[in-house]
Design a protein around this ligand. Structure first.
Ligand code: ATP
Length: 705
């Protein structure tokens, strides 16, 4: 605003604290874009000098006068006086337009520029938001009741103090010693009572707040975790963590801060108003009218803040998203030297946040301005009407003093209510997306109780399965896929990148549901089986296994529901050829790892050990050996072969591999192209067919030679 004012006054040096080019551009596009809206030529004009020595500052400026975003900057060239005269009405019109735009309700205040930003959440009323919050803390309602009781006692004690204060002073003045002592005694009691009750109130509301945030985060987190995988295709990690972090925190202010203060001040304000009306109804009515005006301004201000808070919340989530993405891809950023670019990307969102915050601060300034003016008006009115009433003998000086003290109390209470109501509105704004996410029903697969078979044989069938991802509804990924994998069979799936191999596995793991057709396990449709039971019997090693930040032993045990001993973990690690490298780590199996602390091949071996430890009936390896060196791969292949030929543990194995050497020993090989199965048979059969598989094999052999 200050910059805008400076420009309006034609002072470019003040108007433009030039920093980086990005900042300049941003400052224009965002911070002061309200001004650019009423000018026709607003493209960073005033720091571009195109024709020296007469630095032409924008397209409609002359050599004698330059225009700063529509407002002229005076040039001392005397020849310019004629043009100055011509331009004066125009500049005056622009100045008037500018002043109108920053006037309350003017275009500068509009937040609709950002309305295109996705705000998918359904609006929530304050009452509805409070009901939802009550639902979360109702289990511990005792703390809320304790908080409210303390609040009422503190408010009554505090509001009584001015009465006894004035009474003490005037009883001392009139020499009524007994009354004076009684009043002072009561004052002391009220001071202690209000102090103790205020302390209790703060503590109880603080606890209630903590309970609310905890429950809110728990509920939101579990609601998110039970969503379909396709939900996570559409949401970003940064956005979701922002809802869990900043938004829940913002909502939590409601009980501990906003409600607490609003209720306290409503109680005290009402008490003060009644007292004032009893004392002198004409004076009381005047104060009431002023407070009503304040209330109306306060409601408008609250609505504005709510809207602004929602935008800030969205922009903060987007900024978090950028930061989160950059940190997780830090190695790529460093190698490609894009640090500056990433800072720019982050700053873009910060700029948007600053843009809204600027309006919020200006609105806060206006709100304070109204308050101060109205507050002093009450004093003036009280002295004016009160003074006249004293002169006329209608009221005493003691009554007027009490009146001034209580009217001050009333207006301050109104101010507090307004201030906290706007904060409440902001919290309610922030709560909309949180509640919307909390209301998401868990994925069907967690609701329906499916069948648990006595024994899983591992017979897998894909019957005429077609599929597309919801996020790309126009692109068919699988088309009429028919496969039958027999128990204890090793089926390999090969094909060019993007041909749909991993998608087949995704459907088998029921991460997605087929768009058409059915997946059957032991003759039962996948949807009818208990998904948890089934997944416990499937071992899966993905293309890029990721490890949790926990020790290696826990990483191998992860998700295994059997009773596992350390020796079982070591057995699995030995089978996956991970044991030796694990022992070479500083703390062996107790070494804390995460995704970045091990090599790709080491992570794959841990993931293979994790899958083997489950003793799965169906083992799915999606490029599980791609990061292994030739010898480790050979060893792991031997293990898989041994596991398969172990008659006690019959296992169906599905292997996806680009390295065709990995899958030559498979019972059957399926070749995929563009989401369809184009060839099927053993290695030799497919070579004889001389189709895609034979071509791929020849190319890989050529590459090795
Ligand atoms: N979550 C997703 N949302 C939208 N499209 C996806 C998603 N996952 C994969 N796809 C698309 O589906 C198609 C098949 O992907 P898929 O991962 O199944 O191929 P693939 O044969 O396993 O490839 P690769 O060998 O490279 O792993 C690709 O075009 C891919 O872009």
């Amino acid at each position: 605003m200050a910059m805008a004012m400076a420009m309006a006054l034609g002072n470019p040096s003040m108007a433009l604290p030039l920093r980086s080019p990005f900042h300049r551009k941003h400052a224009f596009n965002n911070t002061i874009h309200g001004i650019s809206r009423f000018t026709t030529n607003t493209k960073l004009p005033f720091f571009q000098c195109t024709s020296p020595p007469n630095c032409r500052l924008n397209s409609f400026s002359t050599p004698k006068s330059a225009s700063v975003n529509g407002f002229s900057v005076h040039n001392s060239n005397p020849e310019g006086s004629e043009n100055d005269q011509v331009e004066f009405p125009k500049r005056f019109r622009e100045l008037v337009h500018f002043i109108r735009s920053i006037w309350p309700g003017g275009s500068w205040w509009s937040l609709s520029d950002h309305a295109d930003f996705i705000m998918t959440a359904k609006p929530v009323t304050v009452l509805r938001a409070l009901q939802r919050m009550w639902g979360l803390v109702a289990k511990d309602r005792w703390i809320i009741f304790a908080a409210f009781s303390a609040l009422v006692l503190a408010a009554v004690s505090e509001i009584s103090i001015p009465h006894f204060l004035t009474a003490s002073i005037f009883s001392a003045q009139s020499g009524e010693i007994v009354v004076f002592h009684r009043n002072v005694g009561l004052l002391v009691f009220l001071c202690f009572a209000s102090g103790i009750c205020s302390g209790l109130r703060g503590c109880c509301f603080g606890i209630a707040n903590m309970i609310l945030v905890k429950r809110m985060r728990e509920t939101l987190y579990s609601a998110l975790l039970f969503q379909d995988i396709s939900f996570f295709d559409n949401e970003t990690v940064g956005d979701l963590t922002s809802r869990l972090g900043a938004d829940c925190q913002q909502v939590s202010r409601v009980i501990g801060n906003d409600l607490n203060l609003i209720l306290r001040n409503v109680l005290q304000g009402t008490g003060a108003l009644i007292y004032l009306l009893v004392l002198s109804w004409p004076l009381g009515l005047c104060t009431m009218m002023i407070c009503s005006t304040l209330l109306i301004i306060m409601l408008l201000y609250g609505r504005y803040q709510k809207k602004a808070a929602k935008l800030i919340q969205e922009f903060t989530a987007s900024a978090n998203e950028v930061a989160q993405e950059t940190f997780s891809l830090m190695r790529t950023v460093r190698v490609y030297g894009t640090e500056e670019q990433e800072v720019g990307r982050y700053k873009q969102w910060l700029g948007k946040i600053a843009d809204i915050s600027l309006r919020q601060s200006a609105a806060y300034g206006l709100w304070n301005l109204s308050f101060n003016t109205l507050y002093h008006s009450t004093q003036v009115i009280a002295v004016l009407i009160g003074g006249m009433s004293i002169l006329a003998g209608h009221i005493t000086a003691e009554q007027l003093t009490k009146f001034i003290l209580y009217s001050e109390w009333l207006i301050y209470s109104t101010w507090w209510v307004g201030d906290n109501l706007s904060s409440l509105m902001q919290s309610v704004g922030a709560s909309e997306k949180v509640f919307q996410l909390m209301d998401l029903l868990p994925s069907d697969q967690f609701i329906s109780k499916g069948l648990k078979l006595q024994r899983l044989l591992g017979h897998i069938e894909f019957v005429n399965v077609s599929f597309y991802y919801a996020s790309r509804a126009m692109v068919p990924v699988l088309q009429h896929v028919n496969i039958s994998v027999h128990p204890n069979e090793v089926l390999a799936i090969v094909g060019l990148s993007g041909s749909g191999k991993s998608t087949i596995v995704n459907l088998l793991l029921r991460l997605y549901e087929p768009t058409d057709g059915q997946v059957l396990i032991d003759g039962f449709p996948l949807q009818e089986l208990d998904v948890k039971w089934l997944r416990e019997r499937i071992g899966f090693v993905g293309q890029e296994p990721r490890l949790f930040r926990m020790d290696i032993s826990s990483n191998i045990r992860y998700g295994c529901t059997r009773d596992i001993k350390q020796k079982d973990v070591e057995w699995a690690a030995k089978q996956a050829y991970a044991h030796d490298f694990i022992l070479s780590l500083p703390n062996g199996y107790k070494t804390l790892v995460d995704n970045d602390l091990l090599s790709g091949g080491q992570k794959q071996r841990i993931a293979i050990a994790r899958a083997l430890l489950r003793d799965p009936t169906i083992l799915v390896l999606d490029e599980a050996t791609s990061a292994l060196d030739a010898e480790s791969e050979h060893n792991v292949k031997n293990v898989l072969r041994a596991l398969r030929s172990d008659l006690k543990t019959k296992r169906t194995v599905i292997v996806i591999a680009h390295r065709l050497s990995t899958i030559q020993a498979a019972d059957r090989i399926v070749v995929m192209d563009g989401g369809r199965i184009v060839e099927m048979g053993s290695h030799m059969e497919l070579l004889l067919k001389d189709g895609i598989y034979a071509r791929l094999t020849r190319r890989q052999a050529d590459a090795v030679a």
